[in-house]
Design a protein around this ligand. Structure first.
Ligand SMILES: [Zn+2]
Length: 85
């Protein structure tokens, strides 16, 4: 029996990350992921929300590379809370 804290495990992105879009998704492939905001298990076969974020990464001061992440949320409220809306 693991003792889980009630604190939010929310991932906070560092400076430079920008939100690209918020999309509602469901995949037939199934599988589970963890809600970025509340830590709930998200069934990817069910409707859930994804937030695409990106940032430019500087490589040795010469080039910029775009780095993308997709964050999973169990519902719109969690995405909104994480986005600070
Ligand atoms: Zn959630």
């Amino acid at each position: 029996m693991s003792k889980s804290s009630r604190g939010s495990p929310a991932v906070s992105l560092g400076p430079g990350w920008t939100v690209q879009q918020v999309v509602e998704r469901s995949f037939n492939s199934g599988g589970t992921d963890t809600c970025t905001q509340c830590g709930a298990s998200v069934d990817l076969g069910e409707r859930h929300y994804r937030v695409d974020v990106a940032r430019d990464v500087e490589l040795t001061g010469r080039r910029l590379r775009s780095e993308h992440e997709q964050l999973v949320f169990c519902r719109a409220d969690c995405a909104d809370a994480w986005l600070g809306r």
